[in-house]
Design a protein around this ligand. Structure first.
Ligand code: ADP
Ligand code: MG
Length: 353
């Protein structure tokens, strides 16, 4: 359906797409993930024909004579016309471009609005909608042109968690229709939920691609592993004793929202991290990684090379913070890793939090 062959593009001397080849089968859903600046949007815009590229070729399935069957594109901001109602936003292009009668266009719009669950706000203006409704309206608007290929650039990046799950639902619905989807997203959860294939890009190149299980659970390349680790886990670097405690707590909160943990689970995790940081030396820096397990959470703190056992030290038993940690954690381990750093691992049971 989409065939991208050896695409190159640069801005001045900087290559942005560096020999990218990718083919997407009809009705396949492909997610493109990667750091900001890796060329994802540029690639999507090239597929959409919105941006020129230097060399290589891109072919897509052809439109029919009416102009249907082309490519639909949805941006993270939705880009609805602010002075038009939802209904008017949907019917504008089909009437003007496809030559549909306004009545027929409205009938089709009703059907699509119902499908994406925003039928009731058809006469509202974009500014009065929630961000999730707005994004669903933007998706509905591109569906009006009956695209065979739908391209979405970060469709959930400006949404709160509740709106994000509304858009998840709409996209997984579309996936089951006759639709080829290419999605650029920073959300590993979204990529996992709807993709047949995930493509990881870095520096304008495709580094690795595979099924969600292959890419997320077992990435083969170091770059992919680092990216997935940072996206799936909370990775936080404590530079010294004067770390930004409120910021760390805010990051933990966002992490917990992503995994739909309760308030009390969030609080327990924040408390465990705080008590841990109370009793280990921070002056030479500490790396903290928080991982969501099937049932529970893991906190891993890595301290620079040292002679000292910290938590294993007898004097710890006297510390109030340690007692609190013992109450919160299912297990507390401390060991040296292969390069002599001290690694402390705490696991928090799901049912204890
Ligand atoms: P992503 O979507 O993965 O964040 P982009 O495709 O938007 O990345 O951008 C890739 C690179 O191209 C970035 O380094 C960006 O700075 C650069 N870039 C994008 N658009 C332009 C432009 N119009 N002029 C110059 N550089 C650009
Ligand atoms: Mg982008």
């Amino acid at each position: 359906m989409i065939n991208i062959s050896h695409i190159k593009k640069s801005y001045g001397a900087t290559p942005v797409l560096d020999d990218v080849s990718l083919s997407v089968k009809r009705n396949e859903t492909v997610s493109i993930i990667g750091y900001s600046g890796s060329g994802k949007s540029t690639l999507l815009n090239c597929i959409a024909g919105l941006e020129p590229y230097g060399s290589g070729t891109i072919t897509t399935g052809l439109a029919n004579a009416k102009g249907e069957g082309t490519i639909g594109m949805v941006f993270s901001s939705g880009n609805l016309f602010p002075h038009l109602t939802v209904m008017q936003n949907l019917t504008l292009a089909p009437v003007k471009v496809l030559g549909l009668s306004p009545k027929l266009a409205e009938e089709e719009a009703m059907e699509i609005l119902e499908r994406v669950g925003i039928w009731s706000v058809r006469d509202a203006y974009p500014e009065s909608l929630s961000s999730g409704q707005r994004q669903r309206a933007a998706i509905a608007r591109s569906l009006m042109m009956k695209p065979r290929i739908l391209l979405l650039d970060e469709p959930t990046s400006s949404l709160d968690p509740a709106s994000t799950s509304e858009v998840f639902k709409v996209l997984s619905d579309l996936k089951n229709q006759d639709m080829t989807i290419v999605l650029v997203t920073h959300s590993i959860d979204l990529a996992r939920a709807i993709s047949d294939r995930i493509v990881f890009m870095e520096n304008g190149r495709i580094i690795e691609q595979g099924t969600p299980a292959e890419i997320i659970n077992n990435p083969q390349h170091r770059e992919t592993r680092t990216f997935i680790n940072h996206s799936v886990n909370l990775v936080y670097n404590i530079p010294s004793e004067r770390y930004d405690h409120p910021e760390l707590n805010a990051r933990i909160e966002v992490f917990c929202l992503r995994y739909r943990l309760s308030h009390s689970e969030t609080y327990s995790l924040q408390l465990a991290v705080e008590e841990l940081l109370n009793i280990i030396p921070l002056d030479k820096g500490v790396g903290v990684i928080i991982t969501k397990l099937d049932k529970g959470l893991k906190i891993e703190a890595t301290l620079p090379k040292s002679e000292m056992p910290y938590l294993a030290d007898e004097s710890m038993k006297e510390e109030l913070s340690y007692t609190i940690l013992e109450g919160l954690c299912e297990s507390i381990e401390e060991e040296a890793n292969e390069i002599g750093e001290t690694v402390i691992r705490l696991t928090i049971k799901q049912n204890s939090i």
